[in-house]
Structure formats: C-alpha cells, structure tokens
Design a protein around this ligand. Structure first.
Ligand SMILES: Cc1ncc(COP(=O)(O)O)c(C=O)c1O
Length: 493
C-alpha cells in the first residue's frame, strides 16, 4: 500500500493522520483496495511511513468511524464490506428543482453589504437590539419553565399555545377584529404566515396579486412556492383600485396580498375609504385578502385606521401579525387570524410543515403581554422611534437636493425616498457604502428588479446621531452624481 505524505508544514493544511486516512479512502474509491482487504498493522505502517503509531491509530479510527474499515480484535483492520457511501464515492451533485434555482437567482440579485460594518445601517428592518427588554423576557421565560414544567417541552397543537392566543384575541378585539382564540393560528413569524396563507389559496402555477413595490421576501416566498405574481402599482393613496379590479377578475388570480399600514417599502398607510373600496372589490370577485399587519403595534402618531380585518364582514380576510418589529424577531412569533374552515385548513398546513412552534417562547410571551411588560416596552420603543423618524425627516429636508421626495410614515420603521430623475439607486449604492451609509435600492422591491430612482431608508437600527450622518453621506453621493450627470438628465428636474 502506497501512501505519500506531505509532512513539512502540512502544505495543504491537513494533519498527517488525515492524509493517511484520505489516501486509504482514495485507494478504495479507485479500486486499488477492495472490501475485505487487510490493512497493514498499525506498528508496521507507522514504521513504513516514519510516523508515530498514534498517528496511524488515529487514521484508522477515523476510517472506522466513517465506515470505511472494520477492525476486529486480534485479526486486524479490513476494508469494510459495505462502503458505498462511506468510502468517498463521488460526491452527489444534486439537481436542484427549477423553483429552487429561480429562488437562488432572485437571492443573488439582492445587494450584499458584507464588510461595510462602519456604515450607517439604514437598510436594516431589524429592530435595535439595545432596545430589547432581554432581561425582563428572560425572567418571564425562566418563571414559565419553572411553573409549567415539562409539559411546556412537549409538542404543541398546530394552532399554538392557548394562553398566547387568548391574550392576542383580546388585543385584536380591542383593535376591532372580531376573533376568538380559536380563530388564531400562531406561526413562525409573519413570514410563515405569508407562506401558509399563499398555500391556503394557491397551488403552483396560480397567481397572487401583490402590490408593486412590495416586501421582497414576499416575492421570494411566491417563487419558492411556484406561484406567479400579478403586480398592482402603488399610487399615493395605496394600491391602484382600478388595476385591482382588472386583476382580481382573472380566474387564475387566487388572492390579494397587501400591506395597508406602514407599507414595506413605502412606509405609507391607506385611508378607511381606500380600505372599504378594496374590500368591496375583493368580495365582488370572491377573492380572499391576505393583510400583512407586521408593524401594527408601531403606530407613532396620527389616528389609528381600522385594519381590513376589522372592516371586513365577509370572513375573507386573513390578517397577519408579528412581534418581530415591535418586540424582537428572535422569538419568531407571529399570528394569523382567519374565519370558518380556513382556520382548520391553516392548522393542517401548519402541522404538515413543522408540527408546532416552540411552546416555552409562546408561553413566556403570553405572560409578558398579560403582565403589561409588552405595553411598557411599546411605550419606550415608540418614543425612541418617533424621535428617530423626526430626525430622519428633518435631515432629509436639510440635506437632500431639490427634486427629492419622500413619504412620512405614521408608524413602522421605514420610509421611501424618491431621488431626482435620472438616478438609479442600485447604481448609486456602492458609492453610498463607501461614503458610509447603507440603504435598500428600490429595484429589490419590484418583481422584475427594474431600475428605480427610489430607495428605502429605515430608522430601526441607527440612532439619531447616526441617522444625521447617514443622510449627510447620502446627500453627498446624490449631489456628486447630479453634478456628474449629463445636462439632459438634469433638465427633467
Ligand atoms: C411586510 C413584512 N411582512 C413580514 C415580515 C416578516 O416578519 P417576521 O419576522 O414576523 O417573519 C417582514 C419583515 O421584514 C415584513 O417587512
């Protein structure tokens, strides 16, 4: 048996025992060694290679662990009889499904911010961890585990922990949604609510009507499920109702997904009139509505507008809720409210996906909400976010060049900025990163990834001082571009 070692400094980074094991594995793979062949005794091979016996013993041990050899006391070490997988047969080159390939292509188009750690993170929709009530939550989690014991460590029912559904039903009812705890299906964040409700109404090849622009992960969810999307353009007052009418008239369009409050990425909120008109159209065409209320608890100012679920009288609205933005995303707790047979169907889909969510987190959150800790946290976090939002608005006013427009969100964590004509924000991003600010270019919120002069700015992660610096950097980059732009582009302004 020939084994070549590269001992000096492990040129390829592999320790000697691994080189011995790999060499034997390769000889099995190429057929130089066969099942049943006897390997040299440890002592002999160590002498032959000029290495320590322990080194050979370690190599043999590794080969035995991975099933390439079998050791038999007193007889020696043999190449195993059944070695197909373990002997290093050619690695499987799996063919990914076309849907997964499409999803990967979509993911590749997302901007990567990688090493830009010093830049102001105004692209991020992840809430600021310095605001998380982590100690308070930990205490509640310890307490529920102590009090409720091992039962909390079992699988839960597919609708989730009853205590959390009770407290949520009460809160939803006070927001005007007519729902009992039995009408709630808890889920792994609103993200899972999106996938479950899409699957509730549509199968591969079907179409979901979406807003354009919209939350980019909704586009990803549709791709992964083999669904097409029918984009409905967003106007100043919300999605275009006449395009909605034409879209929902198409039989292959199975449902509408909409974010009426604190829209992502636009930051806008629709009026009651727009909501009523939308519901009238949906019910006329008998199409269900998936309402994403992921930032419901983050209203910062202005008057609360009833949700679509609160205004609906047909039972055709599935409302998604999440604790990710208002508390923290790591608990991965969201909720779907639904009516009639949709509830059982959602529970079946949920069970078929992952059986149930983690009960300890749901039980702790139920306690956290019912003892008032969540509302106290909301009070604190809303004050901070309101200040940040106002700092952002006034920085835009002071810094940005004429011709820039932006939305004024009444809540949530994000707003949309439209740059003067002639600029593509994807193209601008590398300069902005170098200048010290991160934003989400508009293209990623459109299904066709088109050029966009819009961008999303958030005040989730950056504090007021950072926000001022971030907007200054953005304005600098935009001004430079405008002064470089050909005269023709500027004439549009
Ligand atoms: C519109 C919208 N819906 C849902 C989610 C996902 O939330 P969750 O963390 O609850 O899955 C996000 C996250 O950014 C979002 O922007």
């Amino acid at each position: 048996m020939e084994i070549a070692l590269e001992r000096e400094g492990h040129r390829d980074g592999r320790p000697v025992y691994r080189q011995i094991a790999d060499s034997i594995r390769a000889q099995v793979a190429t057929g130089s060694l066969h099942p049943g062949d006897r390997l040299p005794a440890i002592r002999d091979l160590a002498r032959q290679l000029g290495v320590n016996r322990d080194t050979v013993a370690l190599a043999y041990e590794q080969l035995a662990t991975s099933g390439v050899v079998e050791a038999s006391v007193g007889r020696g070490t043999f190449i195993a009889q059944r070695i197909a997988d373990a002997a290093g047969s050619a690695p499987l080159v799996a063919t990914l499904s076309p849907l997964t390939e499409r999803l990967l292509a979509f993911e590749r188009a997302r901007p990567r911010f990688g090493s830009a750690t010093d830049a102001v993170p105004m692209h991020s929709l992840v809430p600021d961890p310095s605001l998380f009530p982590a100690d308070e939550f930990r205490r509640v989690l310890n307490r529920v585990l102590q009090e409720q014991g091992p039962e909390l460590l079992l699988y839960g029912g597919p609708q989730g922990h009853p205590a959390l559904r009770n407290v949520l039903a009460e809160r939803f009812r006070s927001d005007g949604i007519d729902i009992e705890p039995d009408g709630i299906v808890l889920c792994h964040g609103a993200s899972q609510g999106i996938s479950l409700t899409f699957r509730l109404f549509a199968q591969p090849g079907d179409v979901i009507a979406i807003e354009e622009p919209t939350y980019n992960n909704v586009l990803a969810a549709a791709i992964a499920l083999g669904l097409e999307t029918a984009p409905i353009p967003m106007r100043d007052g919300g999605l275009d109702l006449s395009v909605l009418e034409q879209t929902l008239a198409r039989p292959e369009v199975k449902a509408l997904y909409t974010i009426p409050s604190f829209h992502n990425p636009l930051g806008t909120t629709t009026t009651v009139k727009h909501r009523r008109d939308l519901l009238e159209i949906a019910s006329r065409f008998q199409k269900p509505v998936i309402e994403d209320g992921y930032e419901t608890d983050l209203r910062l100012d202005g008057r609360a507008v009833p949700s679509l679920a609160a205004l609906d009288s047909t039972g055709g609205v599935c409302h998604l809720f999440s604790f990710s933005k208002s508390l923290f995303p790591g608990a991965r707790i969201g909720a779907i409210t639904a009516h009639g047979r949709l509830v059982g169907a959602l529970a079946a889909l949920k069970a078929s996906t992952d059986l149930s969510d983690a009960l300890p987190l749901q039980a702790a959150l139920a306690e956290f909400v019912s003892e008032g800790a969540y509302d106290r946290h909301l009070g604190r976090v809303r004050r901070v976010l309101l200040e940040r939002r106002d700092v952002l608005l006034s920085a835009l006013e002071t810094e940005m060049p004429a011709g820039t427009r932006w939305t004024t969100p009444e809540g949530g964590l994000q707003m949309w900025v439209e740059l003067p004509p002639g600029l593509d924000t994807s193209d601008l991003l590398p300069d902005a990163v170098r200048a010290g600010v991160l934003f989400s270019p508009g293209a990623q919120f459109y299904p066709d990834g088109r050029e966009s002069g819009g961008l999303r700015l958030t005040y989730a992660m950056a504090d007021s001082r950072a926000i001022r610096a971030g907007v200054k950097a953005l304005a600098r980059v935009v001004n430079e571009r405008l002064s470089d732009a050909p005269q023709a582009a500027r004439l549009h302004m």
